[in-house]
Structure formats: C-alpha cells, structure tokens
Design a protein. Structure first.
Lengths: 297, 246
C-alpha cells in the first residue's frame, strides 16, 4: 500500500514537473507578447534530432545533451527573429500564421533531410536504471526528472526575483509599453523570453525522450498541446499558474491511469479533457489569473 | 529644450492630434490643458515615443527624436509619468523603483543615492518598500510612478494628469511635490484637466481643443484673459475655423 502511494506520487510529480516546465516555456512568451508560439513543440523535436545526429560522436552524453539544449535555445531565438519580429507590431493574425509556418517548415525539414520514420535518441545508462523503494521498483529517471525540474524552477524563480533583467521580464509581462518607457529594450526582453523558453523546452525534451526513446518529425504536437492546456487551466497570464496547471494536468492523467479499468484506458484523454472543460466552466480565467493590467503591444 | 512642430498623431483612421506646435525651455513648467479627448495625452505619448507621429517634428536639445523608440528616448533624458498610473501591480515598490533605474543599472552607487533622494521626497514609499505596488492607494501609486520616473535621472519630466481620481487633499500634496521638483531645476511638461491647479504652478500654458492648440500664453495671461470654459467646450476652436474660412 505504501509502495503504491510512493509510486503514484513519483509518477505524478515527475510527469507534472515536465508538464510544468513545458507550460512555463510557453507562458513566458505569451505573458509578454500575448501571442502563443505555435512552433514551441518543434523545440522538443530539434533537441531530439540534435541528440540523434550526435549519436556515435566521441562526446560524453552530458556534453551531447548540453549541445542539444543549446540548439533548442538557438531555435527558440530563431523563431522570434523569423516568425515574430518582422510582423509583431503589425498584426496578431500574421504572427499566428508565421509561427505555424515556421513549425511546419521545421517539421518538413526533418522529414526531408532525416526521415519520416522514428530515430533512436542516445540515452545514458542512468535513464534505464531503477531503484527499489518500499518494495516497488521506481525508474531512476523519474527521480532525476523531479530533482532537475525543482532545480530549474528554483533557478528561474531566483532570476526573476533577484536580477534587474528578471524584474524587467516580469514588468514587461504586465505592461510592455510602460516597461519600454522606462528604458527596457523591447527586443532584448523578447529575445531573452524566447531563449528561456528554448532552455525549458530543451531540458524537458531530454526527459521526454528518456521516456519514449525515439524522435519523429511530429513529436512536438503532444508537448505543445499539453503545455497549452496546462497554461489554459492555470491562467494564461501567470507564471505560477503555468506551473500549477502543469502539475494538475499530470495529476489528472496519472490518477486516471491508476483508476480507469483496462478497457477504458485508451479513452484516457477523453476523461482528461472532460476534467479540463469542467475546470474551465468553474474558473474560465484559469486557476491563477495574472496581473490586472496589460494591453497587447 | 523641447520643440514640437506640426505634430500629427493618428489612431487608425482617426487623427487625434492635428498639427500641434509647442516649445519648452530649460527649467520651465509648462502646462497643457484641455478637455477630455483634446489630444493632450496623445501628444505626450508621441513625445515619449510610445506613439508614432504621422507628421511633424519633435526636437529635444539639438536632436530630432521624432521616430525614436521609447526605450531610447528615456536614455536621452525624457521620462514619462502616464495617466493611468502604470505601476507594475505585482512587483513590489522597491522593484518598481529598481526598474525605474534600468538605464543606470550598472551604476550601483548612483542607484543607492537616487533611491535615498526618492525616499526623502516620497517618505511613504520607504515604509511600503516590500509591498506589491498594486496594493497601494491611488495617491501612493501616483507618488510611486513619479519617483520611478525620477530614477532615470530625467532632464524633462512628462506628467500626465497626476491629479486625476485623487482626493483634494492628496491633489494638494502632489502639486506641492511638483513644485519641489521644479525648484530642484527639473523641466516639466504637465498635462491637466484640473485647470485651476495647473494655472497656479505653471509658467506658461497651452490650451488644446479638438487636437489643436487653441490658445497659449503665460499662466497669468491665460488665467485672466481667456475664457477657458469656452475653449474646453470647443467654442474657440470653432470660431477660429470660421475666421480661417473667411
């Protein structure tokens, strides 16, 4: 019984921390620009393919992982340069379309230059090892996921609280034009937001592939959807909301995994989305509404 | 110090400011008066770079700043205190002030000195330093936005309706503060609907109506000579147009 409880908690927390980081990466851009980056899922894909391409290189895995995360950061910043900056001030609809277009472009590049079929991602041994706690076997990577996420979230919170740039990021999220009138350069803040978004997606991707082991061109859709739903539940404008939404969504998913009978398990997503609809009916603004002010730029 | 020539600003198809010219010399307090919708705030936002001018020129010192971005304009020495009291509500008072000094963020000793000056001018902010700015009263928020603007060490302060929505006693306090800032040598462009208060402290006055400057002169001239109510209601501008037509 105790074993089951531990297993449930570890499962929920590890999936939750992935969802939370992913949602955070989406909401940090949304908070400032009021625009959803639909090319966000492709950051996961880019990380996966970078790892795949580095497979067989002489570097230790950690170096490969770091390079893959850097690629995600660069791709995030490239998204901003290509899809957002040229049209950002003119039209919301245009950015919607350009970010979709950039996402499609990256996916098709992967289809064309690599393969439509799944490719194996190199993973360290530690990802396949397990530990036994109170009689149940727990994959070590789930514990690693939790530890890394907590570290990353704390680092992120510290930066937002303590550094001038972090304060500027939070200010830009509540009133972008006013932040600019105080001298905060718009392009800098937006680039930093996209870089952080890339960092979070890159780290999430490492653990995401730790679970599924291989990468396909369409891999980004599920993480994008998860991040989007988590931010909608949590409140589109709030960083804390994104984290709460991520954990809640994972909690719902894992609970259903444990509770649903075998023949209903394939309909798990239908149950999850029913819960999401219920939450939104009760709190349409999300669980944690963001700061009161703010207009789109 | 600041020269605006033939400024036009549009919101889509609507022209809110239709050829405004004004001038501010160093050390002056110039008031921009007029009714709601006269184009005062739009003029200020265009000077601060938040809105783009459709036509005309804005010159600060010797430099043309007409199409310069807001983040560059504050570096040139123009600070904006917007009408809606745009504190960042979820940031603390201290964080708001720290952000005000964003352009001097590497100058730590200078920041400490400015912070002390600001706390001396606005003592209430010191007691509220760690409170979220959104929890302050209207008068306190107004003081915070002014203090925050001062942290950028401006040469010219643009003040948009500092008295709007405040209790009369607080309005008195705010205008006292404006006078003190002016005694310290700061040049101020003040937008107000509260004409009586503004006329008391301003050197010169421009009165706007329907997107144009209807009358201008020293505060004394405007206070005694012209019929403000009529201008506020648009009468003067309408008559001027008739004269033009003839």
């Amino acid at each position: 019984m105790l074993g089951n409880a531990i297993q449930f908690v570890v499962d929920a927390l590890s999936l939750g921390s992935l969802y939370a980081l992913m949602a955070l990466g989406l909401v940090i851009v949304y908070g400032i620009l009021r625009l959803v980056n639909f090319a966000y899922g492709e950051l996961i894909m880019v990380t996966g393919y970078t790892l795949y391409l580095l497979n067989g290189s002489p570097f230790p895995w950690l170096v490969m992982a770091a390079m893959a995360v850097v690629m995600a950061i660069l791709t995030g910043m490239a998204t901003e340069l290509v899809a957002f900056r040229p049209v950002r001030e003119r039209s919301v609809t245009a950015v919607l379309i350009t970010s979709f277009a950039f996402s499609t472009l990256l996916q098709n590049a992967a289809l064309l230059f690599i393969s439509p079929r799944a490719r194996l991602v190199p993973l360290p041994d530690i990802f396949t090892q397990t530990v036994e706690i109170a009689g149940v076997i727990i994959p070590l990577r789930n514990l690693l996921t939790i530890v890394c996420s907590v570290l990353l979230l704390s680092l992120f919170a510290l930066i937002l609280k303590r550094t001038v740039l972090g304060i500027a990021l939070r200010a830009a999220a509540s009133h972008f034009t006013m932040a600019r009138m105080l001298g905060v350069p718009a392009n800098l803040v937006i680039s930093v937001a996209f870089a952080i978004s890339g960092l979070l997606a890159g780290v999430v991707a490492l653990f995401w592939f730790g679970r599924i082991g291989s990468v396909v061109p369409g891999i980004g859709l599920e993480p994008l959807l998860v991040a989007f739903i988590a931010t909608v539940i949590g409140g589109m404008r709030s960083l804390v909301g994104a984290v709460v939404g991520g954990f809640l969504l994972a909690f719902i998913d894992i609970s259903l995994n444990y509770m649903l009978p075998q023949n209903l398990l394939q309909f798990r997503d239908a149950f999850t989305f029913s819960m999401v609809i219920l939450i939104l009916l009760l709190r349409p603004q999300g669980l944690i509404p963001g700061p009161a002010t703010g207009q789109r730029t | 110090m600041l020269t605006v020539e033939g400024l036009q600003v549009r919101y889509g198809a609507i022209t809110a400011v239709k050829g405004v010219s004004l001038e501010i010399s160093e050390g002056e307090l110039v008031a921009l008066l007029g009714a709601n919708g006269a184009g005062k705030t739009t003029t200020l936002l265009a000077i601060s770079g938040a809105l783009k001018a459709a036509a005309g020129r804005i010159v600060f010192g010797t430099e043309d700043i007409t199409s310069v971005s807001p983040e560059r304009i504050v570096r040139k020495g123009i600070a904006m205190v917007p009408e809606t009291r745009d504190v960042f509500p979820d940031l603390t008072v201290a964080e708001n002030l720290r952000l005000g000094a964003f352009i001097h963020r590497r100058d730590h000793s200078g920041f400490e000195r400015d912070l002390k000056t600001a706390m001396d001018l606005f003592p209430v902010l010191e007691t509220r330093a760690d409170q979220a700015a959104g929890t302050l009263s209207g008068g306190e928020q107004q003081q915070l936005v002014i203090a925050r603007a001062l942290m950028s060490r401006p040469k010219l302060l643009l003040l948009d309706e500092p008295s709007v929505g405040l209790a009369p006693a607080i309005v008195e306090r705010i205008f006292e503060l404006i006078n003190r800032l002016r005694e310290r040598g700061l040049t101020i462009l003040l937008v107000e609907q509260n004409a009586a208060q503004a006329l008391k402290c301003a050197d010169r006055v421009y009165v706007m109506s329907l997107g144009r400057v209807a009358v201008s002169g020293t505060a004394a001239e405007i206070a005694s000579g012209s019929n403000l109510e009529e201008i506020y209601l648009g009468g003067q501008a309408a008559r001027q147009r008739e004269n033009h037509a003839r």
